[in-house]
Design a protein around this ligand. Structure first.
Ligand code: GAR
Length: 217
């Protein structure tokens, strides 16, 4: 049976689109069972509908507490019985119970070279720090925000005169390559979380994850 994926989004869903395209090309041995957004008007929901994928919106603003939202989201996801949960620009912090429930089968992509710049405004922070390179990292989700074991990262040079928007769009191009690839590895059973380390083909991945584009700039 192919790996069943549920994808969580909050916005544009360009990473979701990369999954839809990879699946259509036969590069992802998985089926996308549903796309769920905490924002009912997220553009990514239109992308999913166009691809004929089931969608659901769970508006976090209608819940009394973070825990109540988490519990409803968990139940909604479990209804699809996914093998893998993909956070693709899902901009809500998820509580410890939720994260533990999906431990080892939930991935996130973060637009920085982790462990640098967890949280928000990653591109501006990289520019302000004078970094020569930025990038994105796919990691297993654990209770530490943006702190779970990295799976794969891609590096992007910071160009002179870069703005956060310009840099973000170049990093996004790389995100669209590495995220479906990480999911492909998971679907093939090559990528697992063993305790607190990510393993690929039975061997521990480097602390910063597999390096998609090799040498640093
Ligand atoms: C992506 O850059 C992703 O890395 C980032 O949000 C963007 C979503 O874009 N995620 C986070 O910042 C999570 N902390 P998309 O909706 O076009 O895929």
């Amino acid at each position: 049976m192919p790996c069943k994926i549920v994808i969580l989004i909050s916005g544009s869903g360009s990473n979701l689109q990369a999954f839809i395209d990879a699946a259509a090309k036969g590069e992802l041995p998985a089926s996308i069972a549903a796309v769920i957004s905490n924002r009912p008007l997220a553009k990514g929901l239109d992308r999913a509908r166009e691809a004929g994928i089931a969608t659901a919106a769970l508006d976090h603003t209608t819940f009394e507490s973070r825990d109540a939202f988490d519990a409803a989201l968990l139940e909604l996801i479990d209804g699809y019985q996914p093998d893998l949960v993909i956070l693709a620009g899902f901009m809500r912090i998820l509580g410890a119970d939720f994260v533990r429930h999906f431990r080892g089968r939930m991935l996130n992509i973060h637009p920085s070279l982790l462990p640098k710049y967890p949280g928000l405004n990653t591109h501006q922070r990289a520019i302000d720090a004078g970094d020569a390179e930025a990038g994105a990292t796919v990691h297993f989700v654990t209770e530490e925000l943006d702190g779970g074991p990295p799976v794969i990262h891609a590096r992007v040079p910071v160009e002179p005169g870069d703005t956060a928007e310009l840099l973000a769009s170049r990093v996004l191009e790389q995100e669209h390559r590495i995220y479906p690839l990480a999911a492909q590895w998971f679907a093939q059973g090559r990528l697992v979380l063993n305790g607190n380390r990510a393993e690929f083909d039975g061997k521990a991945l480097p602390a910063s994850g597999y390096s998609f584009n090799g040498a640093t700039v």
